[in-house]
Ligand binder design. Structure first.
Ligand SMILES: Cc1cc2nc3c(=O)[nH]c(=O)nc-3n(C[C@H](O)[C@H](O)[C@H](O)COP(=O)(O)OP(=O)(O)OC[C@H]3O[C@@H](n4cnc5c(N)ncnc54)[C@H](O)[C@@H]3O)c2cc1C
Length: 455
């Protein structure tokens, strides 16, 4: 029987917006972090417009029922895990977009996928740069809520650099309209930025004004293999000392072999590390930058280098990097790490991770957005073997502690969610943690928005 408290919510929303069938709600319990202890939601609400979201939050406020906002559920830190007796508020049906080539902006609803935003603006000769590897399956609303990064961020920045305005529904149902299609706007506090990356804990994003770029020039690509981690790291530093590559990705030996097994690409399986780099500089400068990258890799002992100006060939190598998650995922269930350090500490981080893997007896593959120091150690766990699962969880914590010890962060782009919140106080320290909590308390005094995530 449906909970009678839901009657007034059902009445306030379009037909079939509130789903309570257990087999349907089960599909909304977890994100890609697959937390086994995700809650059993009271209902899933599929909003169609901002007014629906306001109605949900007013109802939640009245009944004291928590709300977990959800985009496409590709999050890797349990930020969209359901809570017992709460609502999951899915934004997947809010999919409108309008593009204004004159101001080079787009107004987008949160449910559109990142790839759909890119495709829609490309029809106007424009480009939305942020490119999480999950771009074909994650929503733009989720990208805003996690401040998603990606491969081209080393040159073009992360999601927040493209957010000019937001419509946000607050915990009590109030709608605030922040910013807009203006490149410069310093009136008041930077509230738009406050909501970007807030992981659904401060408000629900229902409309986004995005800043766009002219179409990206065609890129040239280079792939280099190295016999040691140090040489690969030195090549990264040599490249970034002289230019801003459009992409600079790293794969360690475990991920190279996993991807080669998965895609049969004939990668160099003896290499300790592989770099994939791109230049998208204009005109002849592109070949010049690529030649400089090749020279930097040669000077730092690369054992094999391949370069191409063919976009399709280049894309095949980018696909290899993007395939790392499913390829390593084929070895077992993954705990996704996302720690970042200053680039000079990359070798210590990767070597330290290998030591943790050895000591804990678990497989850890490392891929990294090397150009910005953000790494993704992929820890292979086995939920059906409690011993392996326990050792994988210990390794998960130790990787974050290693990063903190190197002056790094516990998350560069995936967010804190529920998986990493135990390490947040150690990373932020007491004063910054308390400031975060004061902001949360001010905006969501009854802790109704995504309780258990981040805080
Ligand atoms: C194969 C794979 C590769 C990935 N690669 C990358 C990568 O390169 N870079 C990267 O940054 N991430 C990556 N991710 C992680 C994930 O795709 C991103 O975090 C993405 O931004 C999540 O979007 P989503 O729509 O799936 O959000 P969800 O998982 O549904 O939600 C994520 C968080 O945002 C909140 N939220 C969602 N929508 C809203 C909204 N409208 N208002 C308020 N809060 C909201 C949720 O409550 C939750 O806390 C990858 C994931 C996978 C599976």
């Amino acid at each position: 029987m449906t909970d009678p408290r839901l009657d007034s919510l059902i009445a306030a929303l379009p037909a079939k917006s509130v789903l309570t069938e257990p087999d349907v709600t089960a599909g909304y319990r977890q994100d890609w972090a697959k937390q086994p202890d995700a809650g059993q939601p009271l209902a899933v609400v599929r909003a169609t417009c901002t007014e629906d979201v306001q109605a949900v939050m007013r109802w939640s406020h009245e009944h004291g029922v928590p709300v977990v906002p959800r985009g496409a559920g590709t999050g890797l830190s349990g930020g969209a895990s359901a809570v017992d007796g709460g609502l999951v508020l899915s934004l997947e049906r809010m999919r409108a977009i309008s593009v204004d080539p004159a101001t080079r902006t787009a107004v987008v609803q949160p449910g559109l996928l990142n790839a759909e935003v890119k495709a829609a603006v490309a029809e106007h000769g424009l480009w939305y740069p942020p490119d999480p590897s999950s771009f074909e399956i994650c929503s733009i609303g989720g990208n805003i809520a996690t401040n998603a990064g990606g491969l081209c961020c080393v040159k073009y920045g992360v999601t927040t650099d493209y957010v000019l305005g937001l419509h946000v529904v607050l915990a009590d149902g109030t709608l605030v309209r922040l910013g807009g299609p203006r490149l410069k706007d310093v009136a008041g506090l930077s509230l738009t930025k406050l909501f970007v990356g807030s992981e659904g804990t401060l408000g629900i994003v229902t409309e986004i004004t995005l800043r766009l770029m002219p179409a990206q020039p065609p890129a040239q690509t280079m792939v280099a293999s190295f016999a040691t981690l140090q040489e690969a790291a030195d090549a990264v530093l040599a490249i970034t000392a002289t230019m801003r590559p459009a992409m600079l990705e790293f794969m360690d030996k475990v991920s190279i072999i996993a991807v080669d097994d998965y895609l049969k690409m004939d990668l160099d399986r003896t290499a300790e590390a592989m770099l994939i780099a791109q230049s998208d500089a204009a005109g002849a400068h592109c070949s010049h930058e690529l030649a400089e990258m090749v020279a930097a890799c040669e000077a730092n002992g690369a054992t094999e280098i391949f370069s191409t100006d063919d976009p399709a060939e280049g894309e095949a190598f980018c696909a290899a990097r993007r395939a790392a998650f499913p390829a390593v995922g084929a070895l077992g269930e993954l705990l996704f790490e996302d720690v970042g350090v200053a680039m000079t500490h990359l070798p210590e981080l990767v070597t330290g991770i290998a030591e943790i893997a050895e000591r804990r007896g678990v497989t850890i593959a490392v891929v990294a957005h090397a150009g910005d120091g953000n790494t993704h150690p992929l820890i292979v766990s086995d939920p059906h073997d409690p011993d392996v699962a326990a050792r994988a969880h210990l390794a998960f914590g130790e990787v974050m502690e290693l990063a903190i010890g190197l002056g790094g962060t516990i998350t560069g782009e995936h967010g804190v969610g529920r998986m990493k919140k135990d390490w947040l106080p150690a990373y932020l320290g007491p004063d910054e943690m308390a400031l975060n909590q004061r902001i949360k308390d001010a905006l969501d005094p009854r802790n109704l928005l995504n309780p258990g995530a981040v805080f």
